[in-house]
Design a protein around this ligand. Structure first.
Ligand SMILES: [Cu+2]
Length: 365
């Protein structure tokens, strides 16, 4: 529902902008092809696979992302942690996810650009946890004996870091005229991230395996098909992208993540050779898990429940792209982006997105 709304908003903005710009004439004889040059030649940094390269060109990218989550939601309603704690002895309170991502692009031809992405993640979470769940508090195994709204509890911090899943993809241009361009995103997700991270402090309690959202990888190969539409006018760079993520196999722990779809729409101002401000709307919908990790007891925490993982979210971001126009750093790009959830509906209780910050560097040669 929310994702449909988001897609609609993006669609309306796009269609409102395109006809008016199509009337604008090229006043200074600029090429009639879409161009990736200039700070608005790349989408806001949070969009992957937005642009292609010329034959023989390479590009390196590094991006840092921080996303924070806190408010518990069931559907779009806020749920107080106390209310969730009355049911589950472990309730998530807040989470910070940092990601360091690198990607390499290379274009063997003008029509095809290849891309490889790899990422390292750090997940930190605070949870309200019944004392009876902890080893050494007398109710080690099982932990169901002593919980409920008044059971003594503490704030439990745990974290995990390491390599997450990787991706290789091909971007294939299928239309390129009148400063419009369409390319297909043909990606494959590679399960390089771990799905069995454990919480040292919980060792021996029977609940050491960290919940689904804390795991670094999906454990499944994924098909990631998509399409990207780009348009430029003298004043604006516009883009829209739809990407799917379809897990192809159950992982070694016995489950797979649900299918997911992400829609992005963005607009950036052109005209400056060093800075391009922009806005981006992202709508994302993702399903519950199928299957179960037998090490995760859904009675202990909603985060252990395969049926409380799906949801949909509309997020908005402000972006700034910079490109060094001259000097020895000529061509280097730096981009920042900041935003968060505008609306979300979660199969909860599940933590929603507070805000996301992206910082990236790119260089093509
Ligand atoms: Cu690139």
């Amino acid at each position: 529902m929310k994702h449909a709304l988001g897609f609609l908003v993006v669609g309306v903005i796009m269609t409102a902008l395109i006809p008016s710009q199509a009337l604008a004439q090229d006043s200074h004889g600029e090429t009639d092809r879409w161009s990736s040059s200039g700070p608005a030649g790349h989408a806001p940094i949070g969009v992957m696979g937005d642009h292609t390269h010329h034959a023989g060109e390479w590009m390196l990218n590094y991006m840092f992302t921080r996303e924070t989550r806190s408010v518990l939601r069931d559907g779009s309603d806020r749920i107080a942690p106390e209310d969730a704690y009355a049911i589950w002895p472990m309730v998530p309170l807040d989470m910070t996810m940092d990601m360091h991502m690198g990607h390499v692009m290379y274009a063997p031809s003008d029509r095809v650009t290849l891309m490889g992405m790899f990422m390292w993640m750090d997940h930190q979470m605070d949870a309200r946890m019944a004392n009876s769940l902890m080893p050494g508090h007398g109710h080690g195994n099982g932990g169901h004996g002593m919980h409920g709204p008044d059971a003594p509890s503490h704030t439990h911090a745990h974290g995990v870091s390491g390599w997450a899943d990787s991706e290789v993809s091909a971007l294939v241009t299928v239309l390129d005229r009148d400063r419009r361009r369409v390319h297909l995103n043909l990606g494959v997700g590679i399960p390089t991230g771990s799905i069995d991270a454990e919480d040292d402090k919980m060792a021996g309690s029977g609940h050491a395996r960290m919940p689904y959202p804390m795991q670094l990888g999906s454990g499944s190969w994924e098909a990631r098909p998509g399409a990207t539409f780009l348009q430029q006018t003298d004043r604006l760079s516009l883009g829209a992208q739809a990407l799917g993520s379809l897990p192809l196999n159950d992982n070694d722990a016995g489950y797979r993540w649900g299918n997911a779809a992400t829609f992005n729409g963005w607009t950036q101002l052109r005209g400056s050779n060093w800075i391009a401000p922009g806005v981006r709307l992202q709508s994302r919908i993702w399903g519950d898990l199928s299957g179960t990790d037998p090490n995760l007891d859904p009675m202990v925490s909603p985060e252990n429940d395969p049926d409380r993982q799906g949801g949909s979210r509309l997020s908005g971001y402000l972006s700034l792209n910079f490109q060094v126009p001259s000097g020895i750093l000529r061509g280097h790009r730096v981009a920042v982006e900041w935003g968060g959830a505008l609306a979300e509906s979660l199969n909860g209780p599940q933590m929603g997105e507070d805000w996301t910050f992206n910082l990236g560097w790119e260089y093509a040669f």
